[in-house]
Design a protein around this ligand. Structure first.
Ligand code: HEM
Length: 160
């Protein structure tokens, strides 16, 4: 019995890598939005102004006034490119270490900026809402998408 409980706990903690089919679903959804960098960051800031407040370049400013700036486009592109890179590496066990390296760097940069797990979860909610309303979405896509986030967030949260 104790053995089974230990197994269940290990199972809950370990990442479940995406299958090739799941990775294809995530890529398909992401491909529909990945060139809408500015709209994505604007949707995140609109839903969660506390995230905007952490960016020195945008804190305390009206979103409408910064959304069209080059600085905004640059930040939006950095964030979206990071996600594109992680997604392009998913669904392949050989590239799992590369995902771990990227997620570890992101955690360390953001830890230094005082970004919290709660804010990362807010970002996830806003991004998932954006993608699910701008790509074809169903239970299979949602489940693959959530698995991908669970895996990467497990790495980030262990280091944040
Ligand atoms: C959830 C709350 C988050 C906050 C408050 C936050 C905040 C910040 C800040 C303040 C910067 C520095 C901007 C500057 O140079 O002035 C930054 C950079 C960056 N963020 Fe975030 N971030 C968050 C989540 C994320 C997530 C989830 C990703 C990726 C999926 C991400 C990707 C990046 C990247 C790639 C950079 C540029 C490289 C770097 O300096 O680390 N951020 N972020």
């Amino acid at each position: 019995m104790k053995f089974l409980i230990v197994l269940a706990l290990i199972g809950a903690a370990a990442a479940t890598p995406l299958s090739a089919d799941q990775a294809a679903l995530v890529k398909g959804a992401w491909d529909k939005v990945k060139t809408s960098e500015v709209e994505i960051l604007a949707a995140v800031f609109t839903a969660y102004p506390d995230i905007q407040a952490k960016f020195p370049a945008f804190a305390g400013k009206d979103l409408a006034s910064v959304k069209g700036s080059a600085a905004f486009a640059l930040h939006a592109t950095r964030i979206v490119s990071f996600i594109s890179e992680v997604i392009s590496l998913s669904g392949n066990s050989a590239t799992a270490p590369a995902i771990e390296t990227l997620a570890t760097e992101l955690a360390s940069n953001h830890k230094n900026r005082g970004v919290t797990q709660a804010q990362f979860n807010e970002f996830r909610t806003a991004l998932t809402n954006y993608v699910s309303s701008n790509a074809s979405w169903g239970d299979n896509v949602a489940s693959a998408w959530n698995q991908a986030f669970d895996n990467v967030y497990a790495i980030i949260f262990a280091r944040l």
